[in-house]
Design a protein around this ligand. Structure first.
Ligand SMILES: Nc1ncnc2c1ncn2[C@@H]1O[C@H](COP(=O)(O)OP(=O)(O)OP(=O)(O)O)[C@@H](O)[C@H]1O
Length: 552
């Protein structure tokens, strides 16, 4: 901070005018981008060997592609290579950097930032909201994701309002701005709830408005639409459009190839599945790229039949008039649902409708799974919750969900879990290393052979370490999702819960997984699929699929 304060200079009108026309972002032609990794061989291989990218004032850019190594690095470049040029001696300051651009851009990565910007902590100029996984305390260790279902602990009591107030740093109009922004994304009625109680989609919206309240000059949003229900997506996009049109802040976002590209986006930076980059005016890029973007955008959600004449399988999960309440908030009301062997369910509903809460009853994580009393009843594998030991339940249910994704430990030191270890934790549904039997080792290897990288399936890049031996924490978000999905599958669970399980995966990966699930999930297993992108469901269009819809 002291360093930056020293650099406050008076800027002449002429200098200001020159600055107005400066690019927002500038990576000159021929730039190489390196990632700092723990592996020496990886550190010397550039992720981009010939990158060029300029964002001019008035342009709005989206980076389109799945959460590949390149896309992750691009986000890191923007966040961490924040360089500020002082107007007299051309000094450039690099803040902490996890990526390196070579040669360094002569005017810094963000040439439009002026010397007067230096009186603010430069990390406030460029903010990133990334949904790779929720930031948390500790050094990549486990945190208890089920805490939100029970009595909220004192340290988790921070309300949404307090969280947002902290971002306003005592501004006079802070309260008004909080109200306006929270209304615009449908969060005004949740302001006094503990932050931890918010649903996945509510949390995502909260993090975006919190970043806007900081009033950065650039806001980088990583997949802002993922996890949002259909009604929330246009609301968020029109809010972002309004900010972008005022250039306060400039917004750069990443989109998955299957996301609709907002009309106000003028330029695309497209990374295809072979890591080829096409960038420029939106309409030019769309013309050039293979049909994958437009095809997946126009795919209709298929009509799904819910009737089946097949013999009914045994009942695995039976909920009768089940309720979940937090004081006066009735989250689930008289829910009746029977899940049988062989069934393929889509569980759907808007953000906050109670999908995660319902699943936590099934997995036995929710304290209210023990307390349903007549006329309500909950039976899991023909037993009431209290008669089923938690480790036994963990062996019967395989689950991949945003909660598991966020909570799974990501240690980078010698205690970190490799891909092989991580898949192996699925036999007991735990988060720590377990020694496996030979039979279990074989099952892990089979899954790695079927779903792991290979040129004919999907490819893993920028490392020479075999996939199975790589640290889980070093994988891209899509690879991490894939490994956690293998973890859910490894014990052939009777109930398989796939909640946003394809998050971050690229097309090739999700195709591989879809095919595998269709072929290998047996008629003795039941599947519950949760996603705001229902057309990704592997069994869609088949007779086996049934819907369970929750309302607002
Ligand atoms: N401890 C709590 N106290 C009060 N309300 C809570 C608590 N925990 C959860 N809620 C509320 O319960 C509702 C359901 O949350 P849940 O996470 O089940 O929704 P969801 O359907 O999974 O949403 P999303 O699509 O966003 O993931 C939300 O409105 C949430 O704010």
């Amino acid at each position: 901070m002291v360093l930056f304060r020293r650099l406050i200079h008076t800027v002449t009108r002429e200098q200001e005018e020159r600055l107005i026309n400066r690019p927002i972002l500038l990576i000159p032609r021929g730039s190489q981008v390196f990632k700092f990794t723990t592996s020496k061989s990886d550190a010397i291989r550039p992720v981009f060997s010939n990158l060029e990218w300029t964002i001019k004032p008035g342009e709005s850019w989206a980076i389109v592609g799945n959460a590949s190594e390149e896309r992750t690095v691009l986000i890191e470049v923007q966040t961490f290579n924040l360089k500020v040029t002082s107007n007299d001696n051309n000094q450039i300051f690099t803040l902490k950097s996890q990526t390196r651009i070579h040669p360094p851009p002569p005017h810094g990565l963000w040439p439009f930032l002026t010397a007067t910007d230096l009186n603010v902590d430069p990390t406030d100029h460029v903010r990133t909201v990334s949904f790779a996984h929720r930031p948390r305390v500790g050094q990549g260790g486990f945190y208890d994701y089920s805490a939100r279902y029970g009595a909220v602990r004192e340290e988790d009591r921070v309300t949404l309002r307090q969280y947002l107030i902290n971002a306003c740093k005592g501004d006079d109009d802070g309260k008004d701005r909080i109200l306006r922004l929270s209304e615009s994304v449908g969060l005004d009625t949740f302001l006094d709830l503990p932050l931890i109680a918010l649903s996945n989609g509510q949390t995502r919206r909260a993090r975006i408005i919190q970043a806007l309240l900081h009033q950065p000059k650039v806001l980088v949003l990583d997949e802002p639409l993922t996890g949002l229900d259909l009604s929330q997506r246009p609301r968020l996009l029109s809010l972002l459009k309004a900010f972008h049109q005022k250039s306060q802040p400039h917004i750069i976002m990443t989109l998955r190839v299957q996301d609709p590209v907002p009309d106000w986006i003028t330029h695309l930076f497209y990374i295809n599945s072979h890591n080829r980059i096409i960038s420029g005016l939106k309409q030019h890029v769309i013309l050039q790229i293979d049909s994958s973007v437009t095809k997946s955008q126009s795919q209709p959600v298929s009509t799904i039949s819910s009737s089946s004449n097949k013999k009914l399988g045994d009942i695995l999960i039976n909920l009768q008039s089940v309720n979940v309440k937090y004081h006066d908030r009735h989250i689930l009301k008289n829910i009746t649902w029977t899940i049988r062997q062989g069934e393929r369910w889509i569980l759907s509903g808007p953000n906050g409708s109670g999908k995660t809460t319902l699943l936590s009853l099934i997995t036995g994580d929710h304290p209210q799974s023990y307390t349903q009393s007549p006329p309500s009843s909950l039976s899991l594998f023909s037993k009431p919750r209290r008669q089923l030991a938690t480790p036994m339940l963990a062996r019967l249910i395989g689950i991949s969900s945003p909660e598991i994704y966020n909570a799974f430990p990501r240690k980078l030191d010698s205690s970190g879990l490799t891909v092989r270890d991580t898949v192996g934790t699925g036999f007991e549904g735990v988060f720590t290393f377990r020694r496996l039997t030979n039979e279990q080792e074989r099952k892990v290897q089979n899954l790695l052979n079927e779903l792991g990288p290979a040129p004919d399936k999907w490819e893993s890049s920028y490392t020479t370490t075999p996939f199975a031996s790589r640290l889980f924490a070093t994988l891209t978000p899509g690879e991490q999702s894939l490994v956690l999905l293998m973890r859910a599958l490894v014990n052939d669970p009777q109930v398989l819960i796939l909640d946003e399980a394809f998050s971050g995966m690229d097309n090739a990966m999700s195709r591989t997984v879809s095919k595998y699930l269709e072929r290998h999930v047996s008629s003795h297993q039941a599947v519950v699929w949760v996603s705001h992108w229902e057309d990704e469901m592997p069994w869609r269009g088949t007779e086996a699929v049934r819907w369970f819809k929750l309302g607002e």
